[in-house]
Write a protein of this length. Sequence first.
Length: 248
Amino acid sequence: MTQDLLDQPGSSQAGIEETSEGLGWGAETHSADFTYKPISPWSTIALVLGLLGLTAFWGIFGIVVAAVGIVISIAAVARIKGEQGAVRGMLAAVVGLVLSLSSVGGGIVTQIYNFNHEVPEGYIRVNFPKEISAHQFNIYRGGQRSLAQEVAKFVGAKIFIKGWMWQTQKSEGLEEFVFLKDNGDCCFGGSPAAYDMMQVQMQDGKTTNAHNGMVSVAGTLRVNLAAGEDEAVYILEAQLVEPSRTRF
């Protein structure tokens, strides 16, 4: 009987087809193409750098990140094209490239604008390291100090200057603080030289908060050439203290 069934035309093929359908193995499944394409890791990196590059609107570091993002994004687009459809991620790479380009352009414009508008009216911009600290003091017999002519012209003037707070005793309501030309002494220990620091004194009952990053100070520069070892030679009578809008 079994032989009779096998001998019947089409019986074997029909049984196989029924079994295949029952198991979900259609002919279409066997003939379907395998369409999975991996995502290129370059596209992901390009997109991430593009997003991080948006910080260019707040500082130079972001501009550098965005510039790197442009290079990586261009490389990502080229690599994905070179794979001839074997990988995905072109859209992410292009978006990353657009973000990086926009961030570099927008960041540079923003930084230039901030630099040109950060000095209050009536004040002059002074570079602490180059125009004050670098000239140090003229020292005479007996330890008597005098200022170099390049520095003396700023005494009594309203100046706008940038630097770092050092060893503040509290975080809010500061009436005065030590102001350094850079953050080396405050971060790595040691005592700053007298010409590398100023004593900032808030005026007109104003106070300020402590800031970890670079700060801008606008005020009138005074000098105490007879200051002792524990006293400040430079004194800045400040009207304004705020986080710096630019780092240069």
